[in-house]
Design a protein around this ligand. Sequence first.
Ligand SMILES: [Zn+2]
Length: 207
Amino acid sequence: MPLKEKLPNQIFYLGLMAAEEILGLNGLNSILNYAKLQKFIGNYPPNNLELEQSSEDFTCLMSGFIEVLGERGSKAITFQLGKRSFELIVEQFPALLNIDGIKPDDRTPDRLFDEYVRLQDLMFVAAKGIFGDIYTCYENEDGYVIELSPCYWCTGLKTEAPICNAGNGFSHAVGRWVVGQDLRIEETLCIARGDDRCRHVVYRPGK
Ligand SMILES: [Zn+2]
């Protein structure tokens, strides 16, 4: 299944807000220039769910960060970008991922990773509605596995090592939100490196 052609305005609004916070306005504008997305300079899409943005622009924006900052140089920044995007969803747009009104710190501590799995599953239902049927998610003995094909973080890139640090940062923030600690997360497969899908493994604490 390909990515859905049109994405809601709010996805761009959110991504550009997070990027402006992390890179500063000038840093973000140079990425937008490079990615030929000048139409967004000083002109973010409105904060609503109308399907007015193209997924191609989204993948150009994501790969733009890595092309401008370099494979190594982009690592920490794209991680922060993913992490901050999820924090903004919790703070401002929880309905986007089905988590409106959910307060995971009310849960009992021994069930927290199971709760993490439950909430990730719930969010991927919403994410499939937004991006298309591109995710395969399942639990195994190590923890929780997230696979994407195609992957909007690395479309069109060719890299030496797995590059979807934004996805990793996003999952990190989800883990912190639910479990209250940093989970170990590893990207074990990546399309940009030549694999047939991107795969992130979120390890159960203690694994
Ligand atoms: Zn990827």
